[in-house]
Write a protein that binds this ligand. Structure first.
Ligand SMILES: Nc1ncnc2c1ncn2[C@@H]1O[C@H](COP(=O)(O)OP(=O)(O)OP(=O)(O)O)[C@@H](O)[C@H]1O
Length: 379
């Protein structure tokens, strides 16, 4: 039985449909990431689960029990908000203990102490328990807020962008910490983020949300390698996937794809096969474009527009036949604007999307050998 089940949830604010007929099942002990741009309805979804908001229609079930008619306190859900506001005059210890001291909880001092130390240990902040928030680092404050969220036993933990206020360096470290914490917590987590790296690196599964609707739910590999539609494809990767206009025809069980870069052929696995001249969007990830000629007749000449050396890699912006492309290149490469460069790509690197429905019409590329073109996606 899923730990959390959302059935046709709808929530509007005036004319804005924040959550629009949302159906979702989150499994017991799953780390589920709700991912989407600002305003997608992520926080509203969490609030509907926690009971901070009531749905206009639809149902929320937790552990097989319908809870959307219950008060928040009766749901046994713990939620941490984006602004993690710690009490500045309380010690880290007292901040973490705060949820356990609610009058209706009646926990003994020894029990509280045990839980506070357990949560602090999970987040690696035992040594600062006596400090005030102003006396600890930003990352430690974030961890204190997380400890406060997990300190009380709950059926499900809801995290709303817990890393949004930490700088990039701390964020990388905190992702590792969150991994460790979730393994030890061993409970159901629904984690909201608008950062695709967090979504791919933390989630057992990821739900891609926009305008209150789920575009796709899948493992990080599925949403990355087999995006259901153009929106999902463009949601993962930096720079994002290059999109080209293309025309598709089918012949002898093969798909012929024409773009500004030339003509390629794909094995046709989808049904039904497209008719002659079907217009498509063709997707090509920046890391699938390569320098030089791969020898399969797909190499093309391009003009260098801009080159950004970024330390671990470079981003080359180039134009070929009027099409501007972003290309990931090795860190030691150098390019002069205005110079020419030969580029190529493996034929099977292309993604194809229907121009109207924007659905992925080339079937999943999830069979890509592990490690090849992995782009940081979790196995
Ligand atoms: N209390 C409210 N009153 C009016 N509109 C609201 C309210 N809360 C949310 N909205 C609107 O509902 C939509 C979804 O908001 P929500 O906060 O759930 O999105 P989000 O995905 O969490 O975005 P963010 O990442 O920016 O926090 C937005 O258009 C937002 O402006």
């Amino acid at each position: 039985m899923p730990r959390v089940r959302l059935e046709h949830l709808v929530k509007s604010y005036g004319r804005v449909r924040a959550v629009d007929d949302l159906c979702l099942e989150v499994e017991d002990r799953e780390f589920f990431v709700l991912y989407g741009p600002s305003g997608a309805g992520k926080t509203t979804t969490l609030k509907l689960i926690a009971g901070a908001e009531h749905p206009d229609s639809g149902e929320v079930h937790i552990g097989g029990r319908r809870v959307d008619l219950l008060e928040p306190d009766a749901r046994n859900v713990a939620m941490t908000f984006e602004s993690y506001a710690l009490y500045p005059h309380y010690s880290v210890y007292d901040n973490i203990a705060f949820p356990l001291r609610a009058p209706d909880r009646r926990m003994s001092r020894a029990e509280i102490d045990e839980r506070v130390r357990w949560a602090a240990r999970l987040l690696g902040i035992e040594h600062v328990l006596g400090h005030k928030p102003a006396e600890i680092s930003q990352g430690q404050r974030q961890r204190t807020a997380l400890a406060r969220a997990i300190v009380r036993p709950a059926d499900v933990y809801l995290f709303d962008e817990p890393l949004s206020h930490v700088d990039a360096k701390v964020r990388h470290y905190m992702r590792g910490e969150l991994h460790r914490m979730s393994t030890m917590l061993n409970n159901t987590i629904i984690y909201v983020t608008h950062d695709y790296v967090e979504a791919l690196s933390l989630g057992d599964r990821v739900g891609v949300l926009d305008h209150g609707r789920l575009h796709q739910v899948g493992t990080p590999r599925e949403v990355y390698y087999a995006p259901r539609n153009l929106f999902v494809a463009l949601s993962f990767g930096q720079p994002e996937m290059n999109i080209l206009e293309g025309t598709l025809t089918a012949a002898n069980g093969r798909l012929r794809v024409e773009t500004a870069l030339g003509t390629t052929h794909q094995l046709a696995t989808g049904e039904p096969l497209p008719t002659a001249g079907t217009e498509v969007w063709v997707g090509l990830r920046p890391q699938d474009l390569q320098l030089g000629d791969l020898g399969a007749g797909t190499a093309f000449d391009a003009e260098v527009l801009v080159f950004e050396p970024l330390g671990t890699h470079g981003v080359l912006r180039a134009r070929a036949n009027g099409q501007v492309l972003n290309v990931l290149v090795p860190p030691n490469a150098r390019f002069e604007p205005g110079s020419r460069v030969l580029l190529d790509y493996p034929e099977d690197a292309l993604y194809l999307f229907d121009r109207e429905s924007q659905l992925n019409i080339l079937h999943p590329r999830i069979t890509t050998p592990q490690g090849a073109r992995d782009g940081g996606a979790k196995a």
